[in-house]
Write a protein that binds this ligand. Sequence first.
Ligand code: SF4
Length: 321
Amino acid sequence: MTEPLLKVENLKKHFPITGGILGRPVSSVKAVDGVSFTVNKGETLGIVGESGCGKSTTGRMLMRLIDPSDGKVTFEDRELTSLSNSEMRKIRREMQMVFQDPFASLNPRHTVEKILEEPLKVHGMGSAKERKERVHELLNIVGLSSYHAKRYPHQFSGGQRQRIGIARALMTKPKLIIADEPVSALDVSIQSQVLNLMQDLQKEFGLTYIFIAHDLGVVRHISDRVGVMYLGKMVELSDSENLYEKPLHPYTQALLSAVPVPDPDFERDTILLQGDIPSPSNPPSGCTFHTRCPHATDMCKQKVPEFKEHQPGHYVACHLY
Ligand code: SF4
């Protein structure tokens, strides 16, 4: 039976744009504009979209690394947006983040041991001896060795550094991991190793993942369900099989048509989208995808499509359905 771990309702982040001598807000960038979804215990939800679609801002808002402008985030039975900073700090023990660039997210002046111990110290967990033991345990779990503990981040390859980033996220035994483009900076051959490691860890520790990526190909094998974002909104959400086999939204169809298929006999027309993503400070009227959509009608320019359940578990925001 599916049991929700995290519930996101109408989440928004509007960054004000100021102008004039007094620096008053004159408009806003709608980085995230009313996103809703649920993540069930033990599953992986992929969130996909081009850069600037608001997927990373969404991930950061779930951790309250960025405060939302509106909406609710409920983790188990706790509503996170109303918590004080100190209450939120305690919750972060149960939800951790893995970042895209492992080199930038690891302090270059600290040894791996110090980097991995840090989350335990922040949350007051364990004695010095227990913390060290946990560091060595985690290094082995992620496929490194105890002797790596005294080394510095620059002494590792990109893939090894991401293993350290994953180990750091696991130190506090979290329930939820939000991975923001965790393999995008890695070579393709290393990407699959890190993805396999994440899948093994999920099985072993019963983890729940939110896996953010710009490429539908990367999330396919790791995600149980996938949400597609465009200009701050979720436009389609479904279990992976349905989304990849029968995508409904024209934007998802275009993204999928660009994913390479490792089968020389498989033929598929690439759907080329016209133009660039419009600016989130001045999004198009109606369906924000209408400026690039091959099926756009007059109604699409005027009316915002509702994000609704078209088939059980398959949600889409498009007037075609
Ligand atoms: Fe295209 Fe209209 Fe559907 Fe938007 S609502 S995706 S413009 S068909």
